[in-house]
Design a protein around this ligand. Structure first.
Ligand code: ADP
Length: 554
């Protein structure tokens, strides 16, 4: 129902006697008391015919106010009661014109009821009724010697009623306008609320139906939303003995290792620390099991002023993708291994044949070509195999520790020929490191991965420095290059498997994005840390830091 209409109707109910009748009863009660008082001093007036007629009319009107279903009748019918009241007051006034002419002021009350019902037309009807019921008889009575004073006196009350009625109608119009505006505002708000609620429902349905986990945190880092998939993921990563663990208590590991991800490196925490990242792969589940692999990404949410308002983190289960890649790697490794044995034999026999001095003319040349191509094929097969072995190492890290001092010098020496070939100046600044309990082969692999990256991503004419020093109780090995470098954004996902920077991907430099993930896994397995500092176009510094105490005692 239109609220303005309802407000107006309520207002009319409050100020007019129809539809409830209590006001009319109150009016009748006043007239009864008034009549009683008059009857003490001047009973003749009260017993006169017009006065009694007025009383009967008023009583019948009051009964009608209660009995008639006014709300079901057209609204103008509400004017009937006040009009009859004015007629009744007219009859009282006629009798009391000399004793208590002020009784005519009672007409103001039904006049106001008329205005409340019908606004300006109500004021006009009231004026006409007052003129007819009060001024008319007065004028008729003084008809033969009617003076202008009589006319002026007779008009006084109708004029007052008209003025009061118009004023009241004006005030009610203002109220009507306010009520209409209020209705419009309320309706607008209601529509907005409905629209918001239906958007919310839609969003909830969408969020709950997507197969990726979504977490939204506010700027304080508290969860504000977690969709159904994410709740299931959360459960999967929860230790069995904890009911609703925090992110720091979840069973999250670096993929392919048993090393738990430190709290500040966990995806939601990173997002809370205002980082945005993509494809950060983590493994969930108890150590010793294959675990579910998640690719996680985070974006910061900004409000309309550009201020940070929270973050959204997305978890996508990539286990089947990773498994498929692993299966394919194992297949390639198996095939290349099978190819290597017969190829080695072919090369062996070709070499034997080439050593034969009685070869027919031209055959030596053919054999040499066949041998060269077979060698090339063997190199390709070995590269393939090496690549697969390198990748699968990330999955099953087992350290064979011995007491040795670090071997950066060896790595430096073995990279020298490659550096020379690439026109890069390679230098070393190597302090002797203390003896530590480490898997020397694995650490050599880690350092040579970094050095081989430096060689790959440094253009001809550049420099690479290998620095090994003992800082406090830690050994730090840094590979400092003057190569292509990386932006801060590119560095975010650097240690994630299969990640390559945009610059690397769009360059002809070959790579799979596996070396740094493996290097980090190797360093972490030794309880160490790996960090990077890099500037695009200037170069990069990768640093491995191993705590002497930790490595020697573990
Ligand atoms: P890739 O086989 O692609 O070299 P890595 O895991 O070793 O794989 O390295 C991941 C990515 O990190 C590279 O693709 C490259 O974009 C970037 N990167 C690694 N080392 C350097 C470096 N020294 N300078 C510039 N970019 C590097």
């Amino acid at each position: 129902m239109d609220l303005a209409a309802s407000v107006t109707r309520q207002l009319a109910r409050v100020v007019s006697p129809t539809g409830g009748g209590s006001k009319q009863l109150y009016f009748l009660a006043f007239v009864a008391v008034f009549t009683l008082m008059i009857s003490f001093s001047s009973p003749v007036f009260v017993q006169s015919g017009p006065y009694l007629a007025g009383l009967i009319l008023l009583a019948l009107t009051t009964v009608a106010a209660f009995a008639v279903p006014w709300r079901r009748l057209p609204s103008w019918c509400g004017a009937i009661i006040p009009v009859l009241d004015i007629v009744a007051v007219g009859l009282f006034r006629d009798v009391l014109r000399t004793e208590a002419s002020a009784v005519s002021l009672l007409t103001i009350i039904p006049a106001l009821w008329l205005v409340a019902r019908l606004r300006i037309p109500g004021a006009v009807i009231a004026t006409v009724c007052v003129a007819a019921a009060i001024a008319g008889p007065a004028l008729v009575r003084s008809a033969p010697d009617l003076t202008s004073t009589d006319i002026a006196r007779a008009l006084l009350l109708p004029f007052t009623v008209l003025q009061v009625g118009l004023l009241a109608a004006g005030a009610l119009k203002v109220l009507d306008g306010q009520a209409r505006r209020m209705t419009a505002t309320l309706q607008e708000k209601e529509e907005l609320l409905e629209a918001t609620a239906s958007w919310e429902r839609l969003l909830e349905n969408i969020l709950d139906s997507v197969p990726v986990g979504i977490v939204v945190v506010d700027r304080e880092g508290d969860d504000v939303l977690m969709n159904r998939t994410q709740k299931a993921f959360h459960e999967l990563c929860s230790p069995t003995d904890l009911h609703d663990p925090e992110e720091s208590q979840l069973l999250l590991r670096y993929p392919g290792t048993a090393t738990a991800i430190p709290p500040e490196q966990r995806p939601v925490r990173r997002a809370v620390l205002q980082e945005s990242f993509s494809n950060y792969v983590i493994s969930a589940g108890p150590p010793g099991q294959a675990g579910t692999k998640f690719s996680t990404s985070a974006r910061q949410i900004l409000d309309r002023h550009g201020n940070r308002d929270g973050a959204v983190v997305v978890f996508s289960d990539v286990s089947s993708y990773v498994d498929a890649v692993r299966a394919q790697q194992q297949f390639v490794a198996a095939v290349s291994h099978e190819l290597r044995t017969p190829l080695t034999s072919v090369i062996g026999y070709l070499e034997l044949a080439m050593d034969d001095e009685e070869l027919p003319e031209g055959a030596a040349g053919y054999l040499a070509v066949a041998n060269r191509n077979a060698e090339q094929l063997l190199t390709l097969v070995q590269d393939l195999l090496h690549d697969q072995i390198t990748r699968s190492t990330v999955d099953g890290l087992e350290l064979r520790r011995h007491r040795v001092s670090l071997i950066a010098q060896e790595v430096l020496e073995s990279a020298a020929p490659q550096a020379e070939k690439s026109g890069i100046s390679l230098s070393g600044d190597i302090e002797e490191s203390p003896v530590m309990l480490v898997d020397a082969k694995r650490l050599t692999q880690a350092i040579s991965n970094l050095l081989s990256n430096a060689l790959k991503y440094t253009p001809r004419g550049g420099t690479i420095r290998v620095r090994c020093r003992v800082v406090e109780s830690a050994v730090e090995v840094s590979i400092i290059d003057s190569g292509i470098g990386m932006s801060d954004q590119e560095q975010t996902n650097l240690f994630t498997e299969y990640y390559r920077t945009e610059t690397a991907r769009s360059s002809p430099i070959p790579g799979h994005g596996i070396g740094l993930a493996l290097t980090r896994a190797l360093v972490l397995a030794h309880g160490g840390q790996i960090s990077v500092r890099s500037t695009p176009g200037t170069g990069s510094t990768f640093t491995i830091r191993l705590s002497v105490d930790r490595v020697s005692t573990s």
